[in-house]
Write a protein that binds this ligand. Structure first.
Ligand code: SAH
Ligand code: SF4
Ligand code: F3S
Length: 463
């Protein structure tokens, strides 16, 4: 490979799963001798790791691609790759649409990047989208942070929510073994990482494809068991996990989170809609009442827990009254954060074919009203932090103010305080919260660690 290109750039769209895949693909490229380039225009290998969850995410890719495809006419040794979910969805059609592309590769093929690139350098144009068993990756990811890290625990999704492309593009569920997950976390601990987020599209499904069951018929490997299994990894101080599905979220899991000190009191549990008929049409497999019960149970065990979620407005057939049920649920629960989206019909999903689609005007009006409510509720939730001493894990410098560093509370609130990153990066600092905004906080360093009393006293006045 003497004449192989040397600099690479990866642009990542979409969710945490894609971010984790990009870090692994970057690791593979560096192992092959490529060097990171900050700007795509100076790179000889460009990889777009794409998302197709909504139409606007997909369209973004085509506009980026067009520019690089034109560049390839002047620079024929440019290597152009589309990876991720658009690659999986479009497959060979993408090679026909953008003939300048060298490689189209679905998410299940991320670990095979080296082998696929060798075929490209031998003069082939390739679409790798057939379903495969995902092998353990032996190369080291090039991680964006030195403090927090993603660790995949389950790939794919076996649900069939009627609006969602993920099962089509990410394939069936494949859990990694608890030993492989623990080994990755131990390595992270040795390297000085402090926080791990365990990842899966439907993380509560972890282990159901692994062999073995207990005497009472339960799967031997569940997310709860995994948390107990990895909890004492040396060096790792905080553990998070995402994304949870209300259908499988158990009290046993909630109890484990309350019991295990490293597991942070933050839960991302998308509800999608507050109306039972819409939930049914979405094939979500739970009711509004069950969702409310889950949140009640979480708060019974951990009164201060942060709750975030995803919601869709304007699903086919959603009436104004059904939308109001979503608003009312948001009002009642008071989320710390909510990702909202207008429904977008996706290829290959059942709901896209229904004839009761709503107009873009109705969808965007509902989205605006929901977003307005979300920021009011998030600001209310932020209030409980005022005056409290929170444990903040310092990640980076504040990009807008070099005098400040930024980190997160255990509840996942972005927090800023004065300090030098060289001294504080990776430290768990007690910070007294002085300024409150809807989605972030500012505070000052204090000497004493946060006490249980101060947390409870401050929390008591709010809920
Ligand atoms: N596995 C997670 C979410 C995966 S996709 C879950 O089950 O909740 C991330 C979010 O994108 C979803 O929670 C949903 O709110 C949103 N989403 C998915 N498909 C969508 C579509 N067709 N239109 C609008 N939003 C969508
Ligand atoms: Fe999509 Fe539903 Fe799977 Fe989540 S659980 S990834 S929304 S199909
Ligand atoms: Fe997007 Fe694929 Fe994630 S469609 S949201 S990048 S699983």
């Amino acid at each position: 490979m003497t004449d192989a290109p040397r600099r690479y750039h990866i642009t990542t769209f979409g969710c945490q799963m894609n971010k984790a895949d990009s870090e692994r693909m970057a690791g593979i490229l560096e192992e092959m001798g490529f060097q990171w380039s900050d700007t795509p225009d100076q790179a000889e290998l460009i990889l777009y790791n794409t998302c197709t969850i909504r139409d606007n995410a997909e369209q973004k890719v085509y506009s980026y691609l067009g520019r690089q495809a034109r560049r390839k006419h002047e620079q024929p040794d440019l290597t152009l790759i589309v990876a991720g979910c658009v690659a999986q969805q479009e497959g060979e059609a993408l090679l026909r649409r953008v003939p300048e592309l060298d490689l189209v590769m679905g998410p299940q093929h991320a670990n095979r990047l080296q082998e696929l690139l060798e075929q490209v350098f031998n003069g082939n144009q390739i679409a790798a989208t057939e379903p495969v068993h995902i092998f353990e990756d032996i190369t080291k990811p090039r991680r964006d942070s030195t403090v927090t890290a993603w660790v995949n625990v389950i790939y794919g999704c076996n649900e069939r929510c009627t609006y969602c492309v993920v099962p089509n593009v990410r394939g069936v569920e494949q859990s990694r073994s608890p030993e492989a997950i623990r080994a990755e976390m131990e390595e992270l601990g040795r390297q000085g990482f402090k926080e791990v987020t365990l990842l899966g599209q439907n993380i509560d499904a972890y282990g159901r494809d692994l062999p073995g069951s207990t005497a009472d018929g339960r799967h031997l490997h569940t997310l709860t068991d995994l948390l107990y299994f990895v909890h004492d990894v040396p060096g790792i101080e905080r553990i998070r996990f995402a994304t949870s599905h209300p259908r499988y979220f158990t009290e046993r899991l909630i109890r484990a989170c309350a019991e295990l000190p490293k597991v942070c009191e933050h839960f991302h549990i998308p509800f999608q809609s507050g109306n039972n008929d819409i939930l049914k049409a979405m094939s979500r497999g739970y009711t509004r009442e069950r969702y409310l019960r889950i949140i009640d149970t979480v708060r019974r065990y951990m009164p201060d827990a942060s709750i975030s979620a995803d919601a869709i407005v304007g699903f086919p057939g959603e009436t104004e009254a059904q939308f109001e049920d979503t608003m009312q649920l948001v009002e009642a629960i008071g989320f710390d954060q909510l990702n909202t989206a207008a429904y977008s019909p996706r290829p290959g999903t059942p709901a896209a074919l229904w004839d009761n689609q709503l107009s873009e005007d109705v969808k965007s009006d509902r989205l605006q009203r929901l977003n307005h409510l979300v920021s009011i509720k998030a600001a209310e939730r932020s209030q409980r932090y005022h005056g409290r001493v929170e444990e903040v894990l310092i990640e980076q410098q504040n990009s807008k103010d070099p005098q400040q560093v930024m980190g997160r509370t255990r509840g996942n609130r972005l927090t800023f305080c004065t300090g030098a990153i060289a001294e504080l990066q990776g430290k768990l600092l007690p910070v007294r919260i002085t300024d409150i905004r809807a989605f972030s906080l500012t505070g000052e360093r204090v000497d004493q660690p946060p006490t249980i009393e101060s947390v409870h006293l401050a929390g008591a006045g709010v809920d």
